[in-house]
Ligand binder design. Structure first.
Ligand code: Z5A
Length: 212
């Protein structure tokens, strides 16, 4: 490594929590502070695997539940060489959903344990910070109706929330819960402060391995 590495920052949360809005604002703020930063999102729908996932989410095709879980994981692993390269170049990555969404969504389906769901993602680059955007169901409802993609129902989203709550009990991951029912600027200010702290800490540490 020739320079201090960038930090891996992840934003998680249920539908309409404001993840994409906040990822964009965070990138803009970091760049204005002359901090190299780039955004990534999962699923990354542009790859061959991502196209299979996209077709499944848009209900244009059906995939067996274990199979689609493994595809979501493979879609992360295929980005790992690029992620490591960027981090080692000193670029901070701001990531819209990661392995935690993978586990929370699949474990909301009948017959799936948290442990089984975590396994394929064990060893991924470990985020230096995971911010869970916590929004009340009433506030999420005010932000608009559910879309037409798979999983966009309130019953399923409640089960997903429970999955996230289980994952947040794991103290090996640096979780921060962000009150995301507030206005966009207040949420952003919190996210920015936590991120600056994480960037400073990550600089002198090697990239970790998730759930290892
Ligand atoms: N999935 C999976 O099953 N397994 C996996 O491994 C992974 C994902 C990685 C696609 O994800 C689906 O894949 C997702 C999980 C599953 N299924 N669901 N549900 P996606 O990331 O592509 O989903 P999305 O539909 O693009 O994102 P989202 O969750 O619906 O939205 P968001 O990014 O959290 O919110 P937003 O787009 O920033 O904001 C939503 C609206 O609220 C928008 O009009 C904003 O202007 C408004 N907003 C945002 N913040 C505020 C505040 N603070 N106040 C008022 N209004 C606000």
């Amino acid at each position: 490594m020739t320079c201090r590495r960038g930090a891996l920052i992840v934003l998680e949360g249920v539908d309409k929590a404001g993840k994409t809005t906040q990822c964009n604002k965070l990138i803009q703020a970091l760049l204005e502070n002359e901090q190299p930063a780039e955004m990534m999102r999962f699923p990354e729908r542009t790859t061959m695997i991502g196209q299979l996932i996209n077709s499944y989410l848009e209900k244009k095709s059906n995939l067996e539940d274990h199979t689609v879980h493994l595809l979501f994981s493979a879609n992360r692993w295929e980005q790992v060489p690029l992620m490591k390269e960027k981090l080692e170049q000193g670029i901070t990555l701001v990531v819209d959903r990661y392995a935690f969404s993978g586990v929370a969504f699949t474990s909301a389906k009948p017959g799936f344990t948290l442990d089984w769901c975590k396994n394929p993602d064990v060893g991924l680059p470990k985020p230096d910070l995971v911010m869970f955007l916590n929004v009340s169901p009433s506030e999420a409802a005010r932000r608009g109706h559910f879309g037409t993609e798979r999983y966009e129902t309130s019953v399923f989203q409640r089960a997903v929330q429970q999955g996230f709550e289980e994952l947040m009990k794991d103290s090996s991951v640096n979780w921060q819960v962000i009150g995301a029912s507030r206005n966009i600027e207040d949420v952003h200010a919190d996210i920015k402060n936590h991120t600056i702290e994480a960037i400073t800490t990550a600089m002198t540490q090697p990239i970790g391995h998730l759930w290892k």
